[in-house]
Design a protein around this ligand. Structure first.
Ligand code: ATP
Ligand code: MG
Length: 550
């Protein structure tokens, strides 16, 4: 995977800036709003921001964009840190937009004193209507020409709590006919009598995003402030505040946000799925959240490989979730421990020539990528279970698993032959009476090969486990195409979770690994934290087979 890749446009910009001596070193930031859990889109942003800083010897701040107290919570603040650490990134400083509320307020008074801001008494609805449209200019507010003294007095009263929510706002005084709607006297402050998770009840006016973000970047001397494309129309305003206030010139750059097939990444909608119980929580393994995919068994390495593969572009794109699954398989294939697990409705295999009661232990590598590495011990007895799918009575020619009078190797052990098929009253196969060939012991030195090898477990040693099999959360490939007359929840996949039973070899219960394991010939599974000592629950991470074509 370590192919040479061309620089992306951000790397080009940074290399040019460094070559021109514009900065000694670069500083980026990751600016989440603590109003939800991080998702796969944030992973892309994290990989870009931390990745660039690491590549060019710079640093990255974690800055919470916490200007909206009614939607934010410390639960999210803590979860976000946990997810970033899990990805393996370490921020230089942990900052909060709210750390700068005093400074932002001071700058607002400066703007008022310079005649560049005014208190507006219009309702939000009036302000919206009077902004005009792209084709028509806006209409000046009747309060636009208040004196500096009056503006200062009222703004201070707003801060002191004299007015109710929505009674007034502070706006920049720029140009109500500006072709960029962002410049039509943007709102700087709104009144909100709400407790903030960090500043408590100190403030009842809160700054707006546009008035906050650039200045926070500037205070922290962020050199490259990287955000998603929808902010490109905000950039001139970002620059306007920095230039007007004469502060450190941070610059904003935009890249395309990540969209993935069969899922969505709007925090508002993900929150709704959690609150209304469509999923078991933010960390439901079907969720595109980082805690969700972690619980499912995706690894940080796989996510980084994915972000590297999709690159950084300037055009919005819908990425195939199959590519992410491909990366997960690539990583787990190299690193995961192997175990044999037979699915819930197995067929019993009786070895008629096995010495009754005898147990033979075989050694198998935990990971075939390291054949000389750690081993597991697999017990073999005269009564075994195999997958129902590994036997077929009227099998076509190319069927290489077990059939009447046919042979197959039981993985790591002997070749067996099926001599008799036993059925119940309904005609369902319940037992295969077989013989094993003792000369085919893997260490016998006389290797005889058969076309098929299947997995199995010893009935006496098999442990019952619960498997949670996941499928895509939504049935619509492109969730941005939900028709007007439908709701996105109409496309929830009713089969996104199917619970089944499995019979596992005993070593699985003592798996020492931190990552998902492979159920041989089936797929990757990760132990769920709901497991108890006598009830192992395994989340299906992904199947073995790739549906994705590179
Ligand atoms: P949402 O709209 O779901 O609430 P957001 O963009 O408001 O998402 P933030 O917490 O503000 O979420 O995002 C933090 C950073 O992550 C921002 O820089 C944002 O641009 C970036 N980001 C968010 N979603 C994506 C995405 N899908 N792809 C890439 N970057 C993203
Ligand atoms: Mg945001």
């Amino acid at each position: 995977m370590e192919e040479e890749r061309k620089n992306n446009f951000l790397e080009e910009i940074i290399e040019a800036d460094l070559a021109a001596g514009k900065y000694d070193s670069i500083v980026t930031r990751f600016p989440p709003e603590p109003n939800g859990y991080l998702h796969l889109g944030h992973a892309k942003s994290l990989c870009i921001n931390f990745g660039l800083a690491m590549k060019y010897g710079g640093r990255t701040n974690l800055r919470y964009d916490d200007t909206n107290p009614t939607k934010e919570d410390v639960e999210y603040v803590d979860a976000i840190k946990e997810d970033i650490k899990w990805l393996g990134f370490q921020w230089a400083e942990e900052r909060y937009a709210s750390d700068y509320f005093d400074q932002l307020y001071e700058w607002a008074e400066q703007l008022i004193e310079r005649g560049l801001a005014y208190v507006d008494d219009q309702t939000l609805e009036e302000i919206r209507v009077n902004r005009g449209t792209v084709e028509t200019p806006g209409v000046d507010s009747p309060w636009r020409n208040r004196s500096v003294e009056e503006n200062l007095r009222i703004f201070r009263e707003m801060k002191a709590g004299k007015y109710p929510d929505g009674a007034k706002v502070l706006r920049a005084k720029i140009d109500m006919a500006h072709p960029n709607m962002m410049f039509r006297d943007p709102i700087l402050y709104r009144i909100k009598h709400a407790s903030h998770h960090r500043t408590g009840d100190k403030w009842c006016i809160y700054p707006m995003y546009d008035y906050t973000h650039g200045q926070c970047d500037s205070i922290e001397h962020i050199t490259h402030s990287i955000c998603t494309l929808e902010f490109d129309i905000h950039r001139p305003l970002y620059d306007w505040f920095i230039e007007t206030l004469g502060i450190y010139p941070s610059h904003q750059y935009e890249f395309a946000r990540l969209n993935l097939t069969y899922t969505l990444m709007s925090k508002r909608k993900l929150l709704e799925l959690v609150e209304k119980g469509y999923v078991s929580g933010w960390d439901d393994p079907r969720m595109p959240t980082l805690c969700g995919v972690r619980r499912r068994g995706y690894t940080p390495e796989a996510l980084k490989m994915f972000c590297d593969r999709i690159g950084v572009s300037k055009r919005d794109q819908l990425m195939d979730i199959g590519l992410l699954e491909y990366c997960v398989r690539q990583d787990l294939n190299e690193r995961s421990n192997r175990y044999m697990v037979v699915s819930g409705d197995p067929i019993k295999v009786t070895l008629t020539n096995w010495e009754p009661g005898k147990v033979e232990w075989f050694e198998a590598p935990l990971n075939p990528a390291a054949p000389d590495g750690p081993k597991r011990r697999v017990p073999f007895t005269g009564e075994l279970l195999i997958d129902r799918a590994d036997f077929m009575e009227d099998a076509p020619k190319k069927y290489f698993r077990l059939r009447p009078d046919g042979e197959v190797r039981l993985k790591y052990t002997y070749i067996i032959k099926c001599n008799e098929v036993v059925k119940d009253a309904d005609g369902k196969v319940v037992e295969l009476r077989c013989t094993y060939d003792p000369t085919t012991h893997p260490q016998s030195g006389q290797w005889r090969s058969v076309k098929g090898t299947i997995h199995w477990v010893s009935t006496a040693f098999a442990r019952e486990i619960e498997c949670r099999n996941y499928d895509r959360l939504f049935t619509l490939e492109d969730m941005s195409l939900v028709p007007e007359d439908k709701d996105y929840k109409d496309f929830l996949n009713p089969e996104s979770l199917v619970v089944s039973k499995g019979w596992a070899e005993p070593a699985l219960l003592g798996d020492p690994g931190e990552i998902a394991v492979q159920f041989e010939r089936v797929g990757y599974f990760r132990k769920d934290p709901d497991s108890t000592p006598d009830h192992l629950i395994m989340n299906k991470t992904t199947s073995l087979k790739d549906s994705f074509k590179l």
